[in-house]
Write a protein that binds this ligand. Structure first.
Ligand SMILES: Cc1ncc(COP(=O)(O)O)c(C=O)c1O
Length: 432
């Protein structure tokens, strides 16, 4: 068998599918560990903390595995924090980075004692009024990189959008691609920095961290460097600073030709700026990261069965028993996922559109060369570990897949497949 990832090649995934059924999410613990080690190695010379972005793969066993590797967690909702607590993560190992939430969620997070990122002025003001200097807080900035691009200092082509592969750049508006710009909803724009300072002064707010995450844009090394410098410039202004949080967003290859930033290179750039920064403020701070896709994407795949083969016009379709209810990324972001036929690895290469079974356009991959696909062959959709299951839905009243973790050479169930009762158990049938 060829073309498989790590342990996924040592086990016969047909046996795994026979045992747990399809569609099936399969994750390989060794790949997660490898990615984690690459990350720690790249930033090894910096006092850093890795907070796994739970939203990328919200599974208790995956979170627990991250814990064994030494990670904390980055959460975006109170239930994610509670999941962390249930697993024994201490509050100091949890950061809450919600986006446009009601203030009661922030108050709840204070109650729970976790680190908090504030990403808008309204919340910062409410926080100041309520908590003054009694609870340290981090602010999430939006460094307005669009102006960099418009002024020609950075090039839009140098921005990489993890979910969009190169062929699609032209079809995507700048607004969609550039999430670090001042029109995006994330973070407090640097143009409002004076307002941040006024609020901090007015309420005596204790800012202990500065946060910058590019949402889903992974920047080129050049733009990353510019972002780091900007953030350090600002972070200097806060006397209580303990850490700078660079969020997640480090891209991995989905397509063999994808250009991704080199994590070691980013580590080098950061180290240089970090050392200068610590000297300039006269103390050592920590650097935090919130990676999701870097740790999980490659480790996971979605296995589906080819159930219907049909030809319409000139196109050969492989109809699978999954769809965008299970893996949304291709339809939502035009994301490229490599797709292979693991049942017939030596079959003749043929061109197919691989589609899902939802009553919508439901492309998983178009114009793909796959080894000849026969009915019931198992189709592997790669790089599905991050934002795969966690973005799944019950659209078309179909159950969500099971999840399996391959660890110590064994395939272990980490989430049961949903059944009919799961699909209806919250519904209320009225009497008429
Ligand atoms: C604030 C924040 N941190 C971390 C992440 C994780 O990003 P990624 O999975 O690209 O590393 C996200 C994702 O959007 C995010 O919004």
């Amino acid at each position: 068998m060829k073309n498989y990832q790590y342990n996924l090649q040592k086990l016969d995934l047909h046996d795994v599918c026979a045992k747990f059924g399809t569609p099936l999410y399969v994750y390989d613990a060794d790949i997660i560990k490898k990615q984690f080690k690459n990350f720690t190695k790249a930033f090894g010379e910096i006092d850093h903390k890795i907070m796994f972005a739970v939203k990328s793969c919200t599974n208790l066993s995956i979170m627990k595995y991250m814990q064994t590797l030494g990670a904390g967690i980055d959460t975006v909702s109170i239930p994610e924090i509670k999941m962390g607590f249930n697993l024994g993560f201490k509050p100091e190992k949890i950061v809450f980075t919600p986006n446009v939430v009601e203030f009661c969620e922030i108050s709840d997070a204070v109650e729970l004692g976790v680190h908090i990122n504030i990403e808008n002025l309204q919340t910062l003001e409410a926080f100041g009024k309520k908590f003054k200097d009694s609870y340290p807080v981090c602010i999430r900035l939006n460094p307005n990189m669009l102006s960099e691009i418009e002024s020609g200092k950075a090039d839009i082509d140098s921005l990489n959008f993890a979910s969009i592969n190169k062929e699609h750049y032209d079809e995507v508006s700048k607004e969609n691609v550039v999430a670090w710009h001042n029109q995006s909803k994330f973070g407090i724009s640097l143009t409002q920095f004076d307002k941040i300072l006024k609020l901090v002064k007015k309420y005596n707010i204790r800012i202990n961290g500065v946060h910058l995450h590019s949402s889903h844009v992974i920047l080129s090394e050049e733009v990353f460097e510019k972002g780091i410098k900007t953030v350090f410039e600002i972070a200097k202004l806060f006397d209580h600073l303990e850490y700078v949080n660079f969020g997640g967003g480090i891209m991995v290859k989905h397509h063999p030709d994808d250009k991704v930033v080199k994590i070691d290179k980013i580590g080098e750039i950061l180290k240089k700026e970090y050392d200068k920064f610590c000297i300039s403020i006269g103390k050592k701070i920590k650097i935090w990261f919130e990676p999701g896709r870097y740790l999980l994407s490659e480790s996971g795949c979605l296995l589906a069965k080819a159930v219907v083969l049909k030809t319409n016009g000139f196109i050969n379709f492989v109809g699978t028993n999954t769809g965008f209810n299970h893996l949304l990324r291709p339809m939502m972001y035009d994301a490229y996922h490599q797709i292979i036929n693991i049942t017939n690895p030596d079959g003749k290469l043929e061109k197919y559109n691989i589609v899902g079974n939802l009553c919508e356009i439901d492309n998983i991959g178009t114009h793909r060369m796959l080894n000849k696909v026969r009915q019931n062959d198992i189709i592997m959709i790669k790089n599905a570990g991050a934002y795969g299951f966690s973005m799944s839905s019950n659209y078309n009243t179909r159950p969500k897949p099971a999840e399996v973790l391959i660890i110590n050479g064994k395939a272990r169930l980490i989430r049961k497949r949903e059944n009919f009762d799961d699909l209806i158990h919250n519904q209320i049938e009225l009497d008429f």
